[in-house]
Design a protein around this ligand. Structure first.
Ligand SMILES: Cc1cc2nc3c(=O)[nH]c(=O)nc-3n(C[C@H](O)[C@H](O)[C@H](O)COP(=O)(O)O)c2cc1C
Length: 212
């Protein structure tokens, strides 16, 4: 990227330093330097799940009717949307959990995918209100969900596509790190496959400038 560009880096693994998805997403962030990075570790500092105040506020209670807890929860949502909107690129590292995304990432999506803020209703369906920008997603999984060895369903890819598309973000790049429960050779192979996929999208050294 270029000086002044910003990256929002989201990590979601409960395995801290042992996390493969966090490590690979860090490699993506390195490729996008120089840039200012905002790191949000959603596993270490989880966001609250949607509560009654937030659900009522989004259901259209007029502003004057919002109590302190509704204002608090809306302010958190607005801060997260501002953070997302300020980013020139989003980088996510996530483990597959029960065929889909971890609940801490779902909580983040529930705070940012918000009517009149990041999407607007229309007769044709929801219309994104954010400008497009690249989203790079490293997905770690114990088994296989894509390719010749697929042995389970994948609700990660279609769900994230739908969620980001709804907000207007259409340029998604997925980097699967699959079969991580097997032997170290398989883990090494997963890394070389994901790195080859990354090389095809971002040059190993520099030349990945995005407008700030
Ligand atoms: C609660 C839980 C659910 C999981 N569900 C799946 C799954 O559905 N499919 C799969 O391939 N691996 C599954 N795994 C394994 C993780 O995806 C795998 O260990 C991955 O490497 C974790 O990512 P990390 O290294 O970034 O922590 C699950 C792990 C946990 C803890």
């Amino acid at each position: 990227m270029s000086a002044g560009a910003r990256i929002l880096h989201l990590t979601c693994s409960a395995r801290a330093e042992a996390s493969q998805s966090t490590r690979f997403s860090g490699r993506i962030v390195e490729r996008l330097q120089p840039a200012e990075v905002t790191l949000r570790d959603l596993a270490r500092a989880p966001l609250p799940h949607v509560d009654s105040a937030y659900a009522h506020a989004l259901a259209g209670r007029p502003p004057g009717d919002r109590d302190a807890s509704a204002l608090d929860t809306l302010a958190r949502s607005e801060q997260l949307i501002t953070e997302l909107n300020a980013a020139d690129a989003v980088v996510i590292g996530l483990p597959m959990h029960n065929y889909t995304i971890p609940s801490c990432l779902k909580a983040w999506i529930d705070h940012v995918l918000r009517i009149h803020q990041t999407f607007a209703p229309s007769p044709e369906g929801k219309r994104g209100l954010l400008r497009d920008r690249p989203v790079y997603i490293a997905v770690a999984s114990g088994g296989f969900y894509t390719g010749a060895r697929t042995n389970q369903p994948d609700f990660v890819t279609p769900y994230l596509q739908a969620a980001f598309n709804t907000m207007g973000l259409h340029t998604l790049h997925f980097f699967p790190l699959q079969g991580l429960v097997f032997d170290p050779e398989r883990v090494a192979q997963a890394w070389s496959e994901a790195t080859a996929a990354l090389d095809a999208v971002l040059a190993p050294q520099g030349a990945n400038a995005l407008p700030a």
